[in-house]
Design a protein around this ligand. Structure first.
Ligand code: GLU
Length: 449
């Protein structure tokens, strides 16, 4: 099934706000060409156009509701202080409390976090979670800090967020550079600072916590598990079977490693992996579990004895059924897309494929399974964790998996059906499925006052 993106809108209809540029111009918001934010709003407007959504919705969704930037000092182990900048962007809460991860990374910027917050709004809507979208982060390379320094940074950032987060208002979670320990420190800091929310130990304020402190079974592997459920649903129509496919992975952190481990458990073969430290390839199959252990110990795939060290190009050009980018945004450029030899790209990271690269892939007959569908498993199990915290319940691992599967299967079918109905690519279809739901809720709620 070969598809191409819908044609860019006719300049004659720009006044109807059919392009991201027109919408951003109208609200006086500036964004660099090709920035993640512009690309994200472009996708939203493309879908809004397909659905013929009212002008006011296009304007509302093109800008976040709230944006917070905080500068705060953190004492270092050597007694000096360093100043850090933290951000939280709350994009939309028409469906429920704001929801989205906290990223500790040196590339964190307001434009980027805005885009990621908007992605959370559409992601939660697509899988029908009662959440809006948010994202946050601190500009920091956490690998250069000691554990104590990361703890103090986390606590200080959480105190700066103050009552701008909360179990009924805005619920953070892990993202790139953060983990369950950091979520535990956030929850503990919040509970100590916010008297009224201490009733349930303040746990419900963040998700992705350790199991012993209000975490959920299945949360750690959730994003990878969600990718696998989506592949199970969408690959058969492309003549591929999850149990016998070959794949390669870009990025071997939580999402990449869990996706690879789970696919290997199904009988699929991992041929190549690339991360920030190096690239490895073994055409007879890499042991994903052993590679994950190596990465946990050495910080990256470089030096893994169970495969050959190769160049990044050897990974991109390696013939596989499914290529899985599971690292950062916008990593697959047109140049790389031209070199890739696969049938499907499954976006396990947040929009790792640029729009221009997607055009190349689609022209080559390569399907792109969009991030807001593929990686929605993480936030779905976050929803289960939040629900368990509120009800003081613990669900077993099988119940979590069963419910996650139900959400992912329903969302995959939603996307498939809309793609057929509007004869559009899967990304546009996923955004349509999300926006249709958001528009319906806006129609029923109306706009205050
Ligand atoms: N950071 C993850 C995402 O981008 C999870 C967010 C959450 O669980 O709230 O989807």
């Amino acid at each position: 099934m070969t598809q191409t993106r819908k044609q860019p809108p006719d300049p004659g209809v720009v006044s109807r706000l059919d392009t991201a540029e027109a919408v951003l111009d109208e609200i006086g918001c500036r964004s660099e060409p090709d920035s993640l934010y512009l690309c994200t709003i472009n996708e939203i407007i493309r879908a809004a156009k397909v659905l013929d959504l009212p002008r006011r919705l296009r304007l509302i969704l093109a800008q976040p509701k709230n944006e917070l930037t905080m500068h705060f000092p953190v004492p270092m182990d050597d007694g000096t202080y360093r100043l850090y900048t933290g951000i939280r962007v709350q994009h939309n809460n028409v469906l429920g409390p704001y929801k989205g991860g906290i990223r500790f990374h040196r590339t964190v910027s307001i434009d980027h976090i805005r885009a990621l917050a908007a992605l959370m709004t559409v992601k939660c809507a697509l899988v029908r979670l009662p959440f809006g979208g948010a994202k946050g982060g601190v500009i920091v390379d956490p690998t250069t800090l000691s554990e104590d320094e990361v703890m103090r940074l986390t606590r200080r950032f959480t105190s700066a967020l103050g009552s701008n987060i909360g179990p009924d208002y805005d619920i953070p979670a892990p993202d790139v550079g953060t983990n369950c320990q950091i979520m535990a420190w956030m929850a503990d800091t919040y509970a100590n600072l916010n008297e009224p929310d201490r009733r349930l130990g303040g746990q419900g304020v963040v998700t992705g916590k350790p199991l012993v402190f209000g975490g959920s079974h299945g949360r750690e592997k959730a994003t990878g598990q969600g990718v696998v459920y989506v592949l199970e649903q969408l690959l058969p129509q492309l003549g591929l079977d999850v149990h016998s496919l070959t794949f390669s992975v870009l990025g071997f952190g939580n999402v990449g490693s869990w996706t690879a481990k789970l696919l290997c458990q199904h009988g699929a073969k991992c041929k190549a992996v690339l991360d920030h430290t190096g690239a490895v390839r073994r055409d007879t199959g890499i042991d994903a579990k052993a590679l994950a252990k190596h990465v946990a110990k050495h910080g990256g795939v470089a030096g893994f004895a169970g495969a050959d060290a190769v160049t990044p190009d050897d990974v991109y050009t390696c013939p596989v059924d499914v290529f899985i980018p599971a690292a950062l945004e916008q990593m697959i450029t047109p140049e790389l897309a031209r070199r890739m030899d696969c049938r499907v790209v499954a976006e396990a990271a947040n929009t790792p494929v640029t729009p221009a690269a997607e055009q190349h892939l689609l022209e080559k007959g390569i399907q792109v399974l969009p991030a807001i569908l593929c990686n929605a498993g993480g936030v779905t199990v976050s929803y289960f964790e939040w629900k368990q915290n509120r009800q003081a319940e613990t669900w077993g691992p099988r119940l979590v998996d069963r419910r996650l599967k139900a959400h992912m299967v329903a969302a995959a079918h939603r996307v498939k059906d809309i793609a057929k109905q509007h004869s559009c690519d899967l990304r546009t279809a996923a955004y349509c499925a999300a926006l249709d739901h958001i528009a319906e809720v806006y129609r029923i709620r109306g706009i205050f006052p």
